[in-house]
Design a binder for this molecule. Structure first.
Ligand SMILES: [Zn+2]
Length: 378
């Protein structure tokens, strides 16, 4: 049993709430670089004061990325992934202020994922307070664009992940607190069909119907579904034609795909990009694609989860794992083959929703678990 660590995390409550209130006080929507950088200014100072070595990577289109490191001699190095951007626009705080109601703590981005950042900060505070020994070097990445696809941070995430033995993602757990062991890949393809118009009464045969091609494509793409593999492919939006008496020159379609494994992602990508029009006079242009690879339950991820489960049981609570639909930056690192565990930041409900909140004591238990993962306190 490691009741002392669990208790010490619970005793952090006031300090943790103070940190959280401060972080939520900075509004940081992904597309407001200047606002994001005000929080980065604060975190840069705060992390240095708390004993981290801080490196700030300036960005132009999004907020700066912040890397904070703890040196240690042990071999079990960990990369902590956190993002400070939220989905909430500037001004949300006025309608959705930071608020505690019993066990629940509310505020824009509290769950996704200012509490995750707070947990990283307080893990270090706990380590110092209890004089725990790190299991290996720790690197914390605070990125600025996770909510809009991580286009400015993906390379950095992948580079850092390769330098570490494992990746701990500080996203929230599932509503019931389960860690996220699997996440589906998500893709959005856009297809444009360009045919040839003609009068529908006088010379229809001279036309090459973009709509007819779209209909062929619809049947083709829906045949890609595979229930056993949990692959879903759906044509979700379609549009085309110009007038009731004209053979359609133009049509377009959106395809939403959700995929569980990398081979399935490759199969779908190949099939959609390789679509050959039935009518060779119709041109087909494909854009978009799969945004994030799936987070698969690899052997490495499974072993890391088993370790977390044991540590949790030593702390005195049960830990579950689940497969969820949405993606995170952990999808990138797991796809590289690096042990990745997601959902370690906090416990609560309603990410991206008005009722977004964390449950405090469960979140502090998770802080104890994170601390145990980073140290030799198991
Ligand atoms: Zn998030």
């Amino acid at each position: 049993m490691n009741a002392a660590l669990r208790e010490a995390a619970q005793v952090q409550e006031d300090a943790y709430l103070k940190t959280l209130a401060t972080l939520i006080g900075f509004e940081t929507p992904s597309n407001e670089a200047a606002a994001g950088n005000v929080l980065v200014d604060y975190l840069e100072l705060r992390l240095a004061q708390d004993g981290w070595q801080v490196e700030r990577l300036r960005q132009s289109e999004v907020g700066d990325q912040l890397i904070a490191r703890l040196a240690a001699s042990g071999e079990r190095s960990s990369l902590l992934l956190a993002h400070y951007d939220t989905v909430w626009p500037l001004g949300t705080l006025a309608q959705m202020p930071f608020k505690r109601d019993g066990e629940r703590v509310y505020g824009p981005g509290v769950l996704d994922m200012k509490a995750g950042i707070s947990s990283a900060l307080h893990a270090k505070i706990l380590i110092d307070k209890l004089k725990l020994e790190l299991a290996g070097p720790v690197t914390l990445l605070l990125s600025s664009d996770e909510e809009i696809g991580s286009h400015h941070s993906r390379k950095l995430i992948e580079t850092l992940a390769r330098e570490h033995e494992r990746v701990l993602v500080l996203e929230p757990g599932r509503d019931d607190g389960a860690l996220k062991l699997g996440r589906k890949a998500v893709g959005d393809f856009f297809l444009e069909f360009l045919g040839r118009s003609a009068h529908a009464g006088n010379n229809p045969k001279e036309g090459a119907s973009a709509l007819r091609e779209l209909a062929q494509f619809l049947l083709y793409v829906e045949d890609l579904n595979d229930d056993d593999a949990q692959t879903s492919v759906n044509l979700t939006v379609a549009e085309g034609g110009s007038a009731t008496n004209v053979i359609a020159e133009q049509a377009s379609a959106n395809v939403d795909v959700r995929i569980m494994t990398n081979p399935e992602a490759e199969r779908i990508e190949r099939a959609i990009r390789g679509y050959q029009p039935r009518d060779s006079r119709v041109q087909v242009k494909v854009s978009g694609g799969i945004n994030r690879p799936p987070l698969e339950l690899t052997t490495a991820n499974q072993a890391l989860f088993a370790e977390a489960k044991t540590l949790a049981s030593n702390l005195g609570f049960e830990l579950e794992g689940a497969v969820v639909g949405g993606g995170s930056d952990g999808n990138f690192t797991s796809a590289l083959g690096i042990a990745t565990l997601d959902g370690l930041g906090s416990v609560g409900e309603g990410p991206h929703a008005r009722h977004e909140h964390i449950r405090l004591s469960e979140t502090l238990d998770r802080l104890a678990l994170l601390t145990a993962l980073l140290t030799r306190s198991g």
